[in-house]
Design a protein around this ligand. Structure first.
Ligand SMILES: Cc1ncc(COP(=O)(O)O)c(C=O)c1O
Length: 340
């Protein structure tokens, strides 16, 4: 197995915390819910892309890249973290920002967009709503090549190729070490399923390390059938890339699409409830695009009776809280305040 031989940059010096959430478990009437705090990974603001970028940036550096380019939505955590990793490595970074929701791009927006400017993106290429994103990327690459004489090293959206997904196959090993130390065994992991490197990588890790539990992906954009096929493909490609002959049966690939709501990055009542509940019960920040919907999935599955009261369920926090600051209108002030 190639996993331990791959070149890797280290952007987090520790295993992310594994914490019980007793107040949330109580508020929901069980099961026993734990959280894996990948919101505390390294680079600017943490989040799941940090694990993927440890491998993906090592590849770019080995290839002699001087500049990288990547693509994401207008509030992309992946763009923020790729940019932060590039800064750390002394590379230039170009971003292609895709307006997936009509009218959602604003140069002045807060949240991650603000950080794209603060962290010093070389240029933002905006792909307007309705444009073909592949063509926008091709145009952006050509523009940089014409200007600088060299194409930037291209990192795919979400760093969700087999190399990036390897970050989450390795994360299973980290989790199993923590579980062994504490004599803990989880029945289920609940995790966001977007561009797929996280969900697919965890499935590859499950196969590599024989973890017996279920991995329940919550789709943040696509319908179940589309997402499940994508995840199965990426998980299997990741195993092949790691030169493992372990298998991933179709039955392992679970995707819930009931919590996408009105569409990608648009919160509904269940998203807002989840963000508010995690904050008020456990002091944990979620984002409305990924972890809020995933937490809504966890809450929905509990209410539907998908878990038994003594199950141990791990909510894998994938970060994204910097995007919260672009959603102030969805969370109007609701606490008393007074002048004194
Ligand atoms: C905070 C957060 N969680 C989850 C995801 C989804 O992860 P993946 O793209 O690996 O499916 C993303 C993707 O951008 C994200 O930013």
């Amino acid at each position: 197995m190639k996993l331990l031989d791959l070149p890797r940059r280290i952007y987090t010096e520790f295993a992310t915390p594994l914490e019980p959430m007793p107040r949330l478990s109580k508020a929901l009437g069980g099961p026993e819910i734990w959280i894996k705090r990948d919101d505390q990974l390294g680079l600017a603001g943490g989040g799941n892309k940090t694990r993927k970028l440890e491998y993906v940036m090592a590849e770019a550096l080995a290839a002699g890249a001087k500049a990288v380019m990547t693509v994401g939505a207008v509030q992309s955590n992946h763009c923020r973290l790729t940019l932060a990793a590039a800064r750390r490595e002394g590379l230039k970074c170009y971003l292609v920002v895709e307006e997936r929701v009509q009218g959602s791009y604003s140069r002045e927006a807060s949240g991650n967009n603000f950080l794209f400017h603060l962290l010093g993106a070389e240029r933002l290429f905006v792909s307007p709503f309705g444009a073909d994103i592949k063509q926008s990327i091709a145009k952006a690459r050509a523009a940089v090549k014409q200007e600088t004489g060299a194409e930037p090293w291209f990192i795919p959206g979400g760093a969700s190729n087999p190399l990036g997904a390897t970050g989450y196959a390795a994360a299973v090993l980290e989790l199993l070490g923590q579980c062994q130390q504490r004599q803990l065994a989880f029945d289920d992991i609940v995790v966001a399923s977007g561009s797929g490197g996280t969900h697919g990588g965890l499935l590859a890790g499950k196969a590599l390390f024989n973890w017996p539990g279920r991995i329940l992906g919550i789709s943040t954009r696509h319908p179940e059938s589309v997402q499940a096929a994508h995840i199965a493909g990426l998980a299997r490609e990741t195993l092949a890339f790691l030169e493992s002959d372990a298998a991933i049966p179709d039955a392992w690939v679970s995707v819930g699409d009931e919590w996408v709501g009105p569409g990608y990055s648009i919160p509904d009542a269940s998203t807002l409830e989840a963000v508010n509940l995690f904050a008020s019960e456990e002091g944990i920040l979620l984002d409305p695009t990924y972890t809020g919907k995933t937490a809504a999935g966890l809450i929905g599955m509990i209410r539907r009776g998908d878990f038994s009261a003594d199950d141990k369920v791990l909510f894998w926090h994938t970060g994204g809280w910097p995007a919260l600051f672009a959603y102030g209108k969805d969370f109007p002030p609701n606490r008393p305040s007074a002048s004194v």
